[in-house]
Design a protein around this ligand. Sequence first.
Ligand code: MN
Length: 389
Amino acid sequence: MHLTLFKSPGLLIVVIIFSSSIAKAQLMKENDGLTAKEESIVTIAAFTANGNQKNLSNSLYEGLNAGLTISEIKEVMVQLYAYAGFPRSLNALNTFMTVLRDRKQYGINDAPGKAPSPLPMHKTKLELGTEVQTKLVGAPVKGEVFEFSPAIDQFLKEHLFWDIFGRDNLDFKTREIATISALACVGGVENQLRSHFNVGMYNGLTKGQLNHLVSIIQKKVGQKEGDEANAVLQKILNPGGAITNTTEKKYTGTTEMAEAIFPKGEKITNNHFSGNAWLETLVADDNIYHTQVGNVTFEPGARTNWHFHPGGQILLAIGGTGYYQEKGSDKKILRKGDVVKCPPNVAHWHGASADKEFIQIAITPPDKGSTVWLEPVSDKDYNSILKTP
Ligand code: MN
């Protein structure tokens, strides 16, 4: 047997591939946490945000010893003025200067690192900042608050996303580690923390790395802050897990309620919907089933933006009355029991009718790519005449 194994090159190759894939899997498992440098960014950002200079000083020693450069650490502190305010950033930069001076006295010369490249100015700052923001988040960012205050939208885009995020001495992933860690320690910013966990994942942070990040906050910064951040994170990672039946029985309006089968879930807070909608994830994507199943409840008048799914989508109407429209086709009505196959890469929208809520099950295979979000559905399209009732 032993000899035959080595006489058969095919089998030998199989054995080698098999053992190397085991080694790879083990390596990936071990690496599914933050590196020592990233760990230090968590504590540096957290103590910059909460103003604890003594602990910040210790974290700076750890970070520099782990190989963070002066440029990288400075950039974290500069970025965090947008999340924790100028006073906290200036205090942190002062502490950092002291740490560097002390280390120099002991003969340690820390690596200066790469200075940011000069920012190109071939377009307006607003255009450039909008591009960076869209790239970072994965879709254009819109919201009622930005219509209410166009000034803050402009400053976010021109200043935070262009002047700061446009600098290339920190990548998006590292910037999100810093932002998440700071927000976890600012308090009262659960919505922003939730968004940044999602943006972090979009920019390559894994579930293991985010769990690791939160555990560092719990152990090294504060149990309370860590626990609160963990509650937000676990709701994102296991949406069905901790939620008991949150189905609301009543609307404040006089609109008709459909009978719910599944829990209503969490109110959707992203900018891809008009009106109020709720999502309960019934099946999260995994390596066995390769699909997402969600229960979506639209209140009357609420709808998605135009969008398409690279892997297509199946909609099962399970309550109320809704609409479905593909680009270039007429709007269709959906009633309980209707099944819709949304073809891959075909722009469409779905939502509730104007006076009745709508509940759908959306089955979305994400393997070919995430949903691509487009512009909101105009009232003209939404109110277009039903030609195929
Ligand atoms: Mn869809």
